[in-house]
Design a protein around this ligand. Structure first.
Ligand SMILES: *[C@@H]1O[C@H](CO)[C@@H](O)[C@H](O)[C@H]1NC(C)=O
Length: 223
């Protein structure tokens, strides 16, 4: 017990010592760190603004010629922005200090586990939802027939967001870059903020359909 205390907890020091040590691995003089942070902030902001715009004005549907084409165009855009964000993240990590203490087999194993699990969550939810279900089809009026409840939605309501976050953490650990943990935290915060806007909004889109269905069923009954 004493060994554990001196060996692990003792090494971490007091919370403020740990914080100071952690911060020493974050190089704020590197522009790439802020470029990565900016793209992390930009992506969910962009798709929420564009999706609301589509919902209110049908701008993308008009430009693309149909709701489905508009949604596919948005899907390609969001997907590409995601790739840009991943590239900028890796570049930012490259410029950040490397922490030798993290470079041990358990960290590498955890990194692989988180990265693989995160990607399983992301890819399986894309598979379950399809393109329009994944990329904001509801805002275009392309609704899912039923709520998807199978894997990975029996693990979490938002497997894509949590999966993406876990992949970011896994990447940070793999390269032994504490700064990556901070950027991953920013990814999570942005997703949690996005959910505050998305969940009530899509909830209302589906509730509206339920009301319309119920009204249609009533109409049939009275005929
Ligand atoms: C979720 O569904 C999958 C596939 O149907 C199943 O294997 C898994 O045990 C389920 N997990 C939970 C937590 O219910």
């Amino acid at each position: 017990m004493e060994d554990i205390k001196n060996g692990i907890i003792g090494e971490l020091g007091t919370p403020s010592e740990f914080f100071e040590a952690f911060m020493s691995y974050i190089d704020l003089s590197k522009t790439s760190l802020f470029i990565s942070a900016a793209s992390i902030l930009f992506n969910p902001t962009f798709w929420n603004i564009v999706a609301r715009l589509e919902y209110n004005t049908h701008a993308l549907t008009k430009i693309a010629g149909s709701a489905k084409k508009g949604c596919y165009a948005l899907a390609v855009t969001i997907f590409s922005l995601g790739i840009v964000r991943d590239i900028l993240y890796e570049r930012a990590l490259r410029d950040q200090p490397y922490c030798a203490r993290l470079d041990i087999p358990p960290t590498k194993m955890l990194a692989v586990l988180l990265f693989v699990y995160g990607n399983v969550l992301v890819l399986s939810s894309m598979w379950a939802l399809g393109v329009t279900g994944t990329y904001l089809g509801d805002y275009f009026g392309i609704l899912m027939d039923d709520r998807v409840t199978g894997f990975p939605f029996n693990i979490t309501n938002n497997p894509m967001y949590y999966g993406s976050f876990l992949s970011f953490v896994g990447t940070a650990l793999w390269y032994c870059k504490p700064a990556g943990i901070v950027l991953s935290g920013l990814v999570l915060v942005m997703y949690l903020i996005a959910l505050q806007f998305e969940e009530p909004f899509t909830g209302e889109i589906y509730a509206k359909r339920e009301r319309e269905r119920a009204a249609a069923a009533d109409g049939k009954k009275s005929k």
